[in-house]
Design a protein around this ligand. Structure first.
Ligand code: FNR
Length: 349
């Protein structure tokens, strides 16, 4: 089976499993007197220079085959109808094989006025990035950094030097916004610092807790399994804590294992400017008809507003001043890394 089709099918199976999440190690302090009305709540945000109607979006996933074209089409219709920012999957295959272009271009055809980002790995050059953006008339590009996935992939890359230099050249020369993302193993403070130093201003931490590419690639290996990497990586919550020093000067995006509207609000409260979902959107268009999927996404917007009302936060910047309690092993991580969880628990005056 084609690798892209295999990823898609394995990810759909994977999302049927119930998993523990670090988001369950976070609590808000109940606000008895919010003293605001639901109509007062503004859930708009801005990432990579684009205004978004709501603080969640569709993360880069797919393209490159007939099957994935169908998914890109469904995701693009959903994005258009709900005014949601969307990324397509890696266009690496499109740089080599023109016959795959249409499986990506479909996203732009279905959503001519939407914000759509291209996607490539950090091993690619500025010229590659320009070409990828041209193919879908992109509004920007997601550059993925996926060392752990490559390591587990039998046919994966083994040369990882020069990635920061490649990203730096793309940032300097592309003339479009560049968003750097992980693929489910998370970010750390030094990684964010390195990206900031080369001029990256939008970073998706894409942490552990959701789609697990160590598990997916491992199940594609016939022997010599890499089971020991299936729990490797920084969770999304841990990655957001690692990003704390940068939330005021970098657009931080949370992704990786976002299960519901409460996880979205918790991520925003920890400093994310938008929250991306891949597996969840894939399951949504796979399991529901388009009308129901649109309704579900619109429900999420309403739910986010409800939770923000409950917390007395009129907008995302007020949400980032609510008290948030970090518990258990996440607290242990934070303490060992000198991240001040007591400050997060006492932000309200
Ligand atoms: C992905 N993801 C991904 N990321 C990327 O930057 N380029 C890609 O081509 C792909 N391909 C891909 C295929 C499929 C089927 C899935 C489910 C995911 C990773 C994705 O953008 C995200 O970082 C992780 O999936 C973690 O988020 P979720 O799925 O837990 O919400």
């Amino acid at each position: 089976m084609n690798r892209k089709d295999e990823h898609l099918k394995l990810a759909l199976d994977f999302h049927k499993e119930k998993r523990l999440s670090d988001f369950d190690n976070i609590d808000f302090v109940h606000n008895v007197f919010p003293e605001i009305n639901m109509n007062d709540v503004d859930i708009t945000t801005n990432i990579a220079g684009y205004d978004l109607n709501h603080p969640f979006h569709i993360n880069g996933m797919t393209g490159g085959s007939e099957l994935t074209k169908k998914y890109n089409q469904m995701l693009a219709i959903l994005a258009r109808e709900t005014k949601t920012f969307m990324g397509v999957g890696s266009l690496s295959i499109a740089l080599k094989d023109e016959s795959t272009h249409d499986s990506f271009k479909i996203a732009r055809r279905e959503n001519p006025n939407g914000i759509i980002f291209a996607n490539l790995g950090a091993d690619k050059t500025l010229e590659d990035a320009k070409k990828a953006c041209e193919i879908i008339d992109a509004d920007g590009i997601q550059i993925h950094v996926n060392v752990c996935q490559e390591i587990v992939m039998p046919e994966g890359e083994r040369q990882f030097s020069g990635w920061l230099d490649n990203i730096s050249k793309i940032v300097d020369g592309l003339g479009l916004p560049v968003l750097v993302k992980e693929v489910g193993f998370g970010m750390s403070k030094p990684a964010i610092k390195s990206l900031k130093e080369i001029g990256v201003t939008t970073i998706d931490v894409s942490g552990k807790g959701g789609t697990n590419f160590a598990k997916i690639e491992n199940s594609r290996r016939t022997n010599d399994k890499y089971n020991f990497l299936e729990n490797y990586g920084n969770s999304t919550v841990v990655s957001l804590l690692e990003a704390q020093e940068y939330i005021n000067n970098i657009d931080i995006i949370a992704s990786g294992g976002i299960r519901n509207s409460m996880d979205i609000v918790k991520s925003l409260s920890l400093g994310a400017k938008s929250v991306a979902m891949a597996g969840r959107f894939l399951s949504l268009v796979n399991e529901l008809g388009m009308e129901e999927a649109i309704e579900e996404v619109n429900n999420w917007k309403y739910q986010i507003k409800s939770i923000m009302t409950l917390l007395g936060a009129k907008n995302i910047s007020e949400l980032q001043k609510t008290d948030i309690i970090i518990r258990n092993e996440v607290r242990e991580w934070a303490e060992l890394r000198n991240i001040d969880v007591k400050k997060l628990a006492n932000r309200k005056k």
